[in-house]
Design a protein around this ligand. Structure first.
Ligand SMILES: [Zn+2]
Length: 429
């Protein structure tokens, strides 16, 4: 963690500023704190592999004791839950390897870590709606500067969409240490990561951010009222007076709806129940079906729409946005897919070559790919991707080579827009 993060980090319990306890074991490099102990007025918290652990669950307490003993490797094992010596050694070998991928770590830590579907995450329907909304809202409120917070952000798939918008770099917060550790290494390198419990007060100062978001997680938070009021606290913009063009935004996307059933349901509220959580800044609610249709159509993303109660009650998932910024609730054009890869362009892993090993033809020969779902469960939950992913595609060898070199040639622009070609983090799988 960067020492600059001390300016925004606060104890979740006493609210006091945190500082490195220099009399305890620590490893620093310039402004970076790699391992150490942070103290406030009430507690001490460990920093493990550059990640402050701001809660008091048993793994965090064990990790803090290992750091105090000067054994950061043991602290890391505690945070990863690697109790078996063989598994721990296997993990540590992987860690020292430059060839290790996101996938190899997920497999070493147990597939449950990412629900098994992480390979397809960057093109699934939930993600593409979340991504479009994040780019539109964060892009608007961070246009004149400011920092973003992705809370319950898991492995940072959407944090990655904030990297070029947030200054200083975005903060990714999640209870699962392994996920935010993976985000720092693969998905969103350069973000700051904070391990904290979404059911406790957020460990950040009032007004530390201009944009705060929570995607695909809010229905699993029990203390929803505290969570929302805390979100509004960390983006508090009362200092700016009446200049609404400098106002921030809070975004909760993909939260389930008590009025309908959905897979992995959680403990959702009704649309009105959600609305009432925001006591000081009235949110606008959107049914995600409408936003999804906007994205599939190629835009614009219509945040000027006002979904009526019937539409909201019928939609299995909802997006909520609270902001005073005049540029938020308008029609936002969708950004074109990047011409150059941020990570590396790949054919969407939902596609398999239709006739693998067919004889090598010329540059103009087409290679055929077919859409194939990894399981019936996946198809049931994410089958809406058929609305933008064609059943069959044919791509010339010349175009495939360009993709491998990190370019999308003109002939593939539409397939990139439809997520047949995806921009994945380097060494993702
Ligand atoms: Zn404290």
């Amino acid at each position: 963690m960067n020492r600059g993060t001390f300016d925004i980090l606060r104890c979740p319990y006493c609210g006091w500023r945190l500082d490195l306890v220099t009399s305890s074991y620590h490893q620093t490099n310039g402004d970076d704190v790699h391992h150490g102990i942070l103290g406030c007025q009430c507690c001490v918290f460990p920093v493990v592999d550059g990640i402050p652990v701001m809660h008091l669950q048993p793994a965090a307490v064990a990790a803090r004791e290992w750091i105090e003993k000067g054994q950061p490797d043991r602290a890391r094992r505690a945070m990863f839950g690697l109790e078996d010596e063989g598994e721990a050694r296997q993990f540590e070998t992987l860690e020292d390897s430059d060839a290790a991928t996101y996938r190899s770590f997920v497999e070493a830590l147990g597939e449950h870590l990412e629900g098994g579907y992480f390979l397809y995450r960057f093109a699934d329907p939930t993600y593409i709606v979340g991504h479009a909304v994040v780019r539109a809202v964060a892009g608007t409120v961070l246009g004149s500067g400011g920092r973003a917070l992705d809370i319950c952000g898991g492995s940072g798939h959407l944090t990655r969409a904030l990297m070029d918008l947030s200054s200083p770099p975005p903060v990714l917060a999640d209870l699962y240490f392994a996920k935010i550790w993976l985000a720092r290494r693969f998905t969103a390198p350069g973000c700051e990561a904070v391990c904290c419990d979404g059911n406790s007060p957020m460990p950040f100062a009032r007004g530390a951010f201009r944009f705060a978001m929570c995607s695909d997680a809010f229905m699993y938070i029990w203390t929803k009222r505290q969570f929302v009021l805390d979100m509004l606290r960390v983006i508090d913009d009362s200092r700016i007076g009446t200049d609404d063009t400098r106002a921030g935004a809070a975004l909760i996307s993909h939260t389930h709806n008590q009025c309908t059933w959905s897979p992995s349901h959680g403990q959702p509220l009704t649309p009105d129940g959600y609305r009432q959580l925001f006591e000081t800044l009235e949110p606008r609610l959107f049914g995600e079906t409408g936003l999804f249709a906007d994205v599939v159509r190629g835009g614009p993303l219509d945040l000027a729409r006002r979904d009526d109660e019937r539409t909201l009650e019928a939609d299995p998932s909802l997006t909520m946005i609270a902001s005073r910024h005049p540029g938020v609730f308008v029609r936002h054009p969708l950004e074109p897919p990047p011409a150059r890869a941020r990570g590396e362009f790949r054919i969407n892993p939902l596609y398999v070559e239709a006739a693998p090993g067919a004889s090598e033809g010329g540059e103009d020969e087409h290679v055929r790919f077919r859409l194939r779902f990894p399981s019936d469960d996946y198809e049931q939950e994410y089958g809406a991707c058929r609305q933008y992913l064609p059943e069959d595609v044919a791509i010339t060898r010349r175009a495939l080579r360009a993709v491998a070199e990190g370019r999308v040639p003109d002939e593939l622009a539409d397939l990139a827009r439809r997520r047949v070609i995806v921009d994945l983090p380097r060494r993702y799988y």
